[in-house]
Design a protein around this ligand. Sequence first.
Ligand SMILES: [Zn+2]
Length: 240
Amino acid sequence: MPSLSRAVQEVWEVVLQLVAPRCCCICGRALESRTGIERFVCRPCWDNLPIAPPPEMIYHELVCSFGADELALSGVAALFHLREGSPAMRLIYAVKYFGLWELGIELGRVLGGLLPHLLPEPVDLIVPVPIHPARERERTYNQAEAIARGLAAVAQRPVSTEVIRRRIATSSQTQLNAEERRRNVAGAFIGAAQAALARSRSVLLVDDVLTTGSTLNSCAEALLELGARRVFAVAVAKAM
Ligand SMILES: [Zn+2]
């Protein structure tokens, strides 16, 4: 029951805020701000995060790696550049492994505000990249959903977690090369209860990290099969 675990998560965050002052999740400095992204990251750390390459450049990279015929995505963008051990990595870890749902929401809000600059056209529907239910239980929530919810609130577009679902629990991708990643997620996503929402729509996929793009492309293939008109993707960070 994701909604119950999310409620528990939110209560837990409120309790944490009462018993311990919030610290910057990158440098550890105590934070004073109670609003926006500065509830989680101090201004100097935020301003120092390396900006991702422009959307056209990231997209070009995917076209070269997948081949134009194999690429199901029509556009892709990210906020930050990510290197192992980099400050942006701490941000991603905080959302993914330390369960900061609200940080995911704030990062999504930032993405939402920049959306008109990141995408070539407006989108109709927002879909977070699904994780397998077993992994969602482990982590208590899907970090991509938190980001998608924040993004959707700013972009004022509907979000659905029931358009596609992860059919198989794919193994971790971190040790795999581009070709292995592609094979690992091939056919991993299929239509879910609200699959019909994708029909004739321009869909925006949301994830925390874009690495080789194989997961996003596999999701995009599933969405196109469900009748989506075009599929775009945004991520908080682009891994180098
Ligand atoms: Zn800081």
